[in-house]
Design a protein around this ligand. Structure first.
Ligand code: NAP
Length: 281
């Protein structure tokens, strides 16, 4: 079904709420799909401070919005204030995609989906049989852990600078997740078939990530969810070692697909043209 075939006569309007939000690639991403699928839609960046979140959130359906993406710092509040939530949003403890239904606000989380789809696309040979090492225990790590547990990865080693946060996530996500010391992350990579960086280390303006890669299994996949810069030093080193490097832009592109479908009735494609549109200066 296309958007124009739906009986929904609201404007084709959506957006992204965050603070800050000016750097977001989502308006460009949705703009590309609007053009590609002939949808006369609008996708607005909505710069909203934490203290104004609830007021704006509740007002958007009255302004004709079909839904919004939600980013830092509103992901937990978006879940808490919704009338209904998907199982995956509740399990992750945060929402990044909201649909304004006639009977209330539905909160969903598509980050885990975006992560696993980008991993499948970027590292088709990756198999969930080997252990994985995840760096970081913030909001993004929760989505990554949810996806890896759902895939049945037997052992997920979780290293975080603040150990208590890794321990809390291990409790929340079950026995497959094992907290390991941040200082022992090199040791914890022994035999792993997947390394995922979910810390902000390596991002423009942040310190570099120091991570020895020699212990990873041959042909292991290394996914850095940082996407500014696109080619982080971690990915460059992984490539130089003949490992499969997957950048963080794929996760961002794939997490948007279910939103476009939920709001506009079209399942859009993630392809090279979309990546180019998002990367254009
Ligand atoms: P967050 O909740 O603030 O978590 C940040 C993580 O980075 C924590 O584990 C933190 O450790 C760690 N960290 C920060 N500075 C560190 C340092 N100097 N040394 C060691 N660890 C450090 O943030 P988030 O929402 O999870 O996002 C993390 C990154 O993922 C950001 O760069 C974000 O842009 C990116 N991201 C990308 C996508 C995508 O679609 N590609 C989606 C979501 C997020 P502590 O717990 O010890 O503070």
């Amino acid at each position: 079904m296309t958007a124009t075939e739906t009986r929904d006569d609201r404007p084709l309007t959506a957006g992204v709420m965050g603070w800050p939000v000016a750097h977001s690639k989502s308006p460009r991403l949705f703009g590309h799909w609007f053009a590609r699928y002939g949808v006369p839609g609008t996708y607005a960046p909505l710069a909203v401070r934490a203290q104004d979140f609830e007021t704006v959130y509740r007002a958007l359906p009255k302004a004709g919005f079909r839904g919004v993406n939600v980013t830092i710092p509103h992901k937990e509040a978006a879940l808490a204030l919704a009338d209904r939530a998907t199982e995956r949003a509740r399990a992750i403890g945060a929402a990044n995609m909201i649909r304004f239904d006639p009977d209330g606000i539905l909160a969903d989380n598509t980050d885990a989906y975006g992560f696993i789809e980008s991993l499948r696309a970027g590292a088709p040979a990756w198999s969930c049989d080997l252990p994985a090492l995840v760096l970081g225990a913030g909001g993004a790590a929760r989505a990554v852990l949810h996806a890896l547990v759902a895939e049945g990865v037997p052992a997920i080693r979780l290293a975080n600078r603040t150990p208590a946060k890794a321990e809390r996530l291990a409790e929340a996500f079950g026995p497959a997740v094992e907290p390991v010391d941040w200082e022992r992350r090199g040791w914890a990579s022994e035999g792993a078939g997947l390394l995922v960086n979910t810390t902000s280390l390596g991002m423009a303006g942040q310190p570099q990530l120091t991570m020895p890669l020699e212990g990873l299994a041959p042909g292991a996949a290394v996914l850095d969810i940082v996407y500014a810069p696109l080619e982080t030093p971690l990915l460059a080193e992984a490539r130089a070692r003949g490992l499969t490097a997957v950048d963080g832009l794929g996760m961002l592109l794939h997490q948007a697909r279910p939103a476009f479908h939920a709001w506009f009735g079209i399942d859009p494609e993630v392809d090279g043209a979309l990546r180019d549109a998002c990367l254009a200066p």
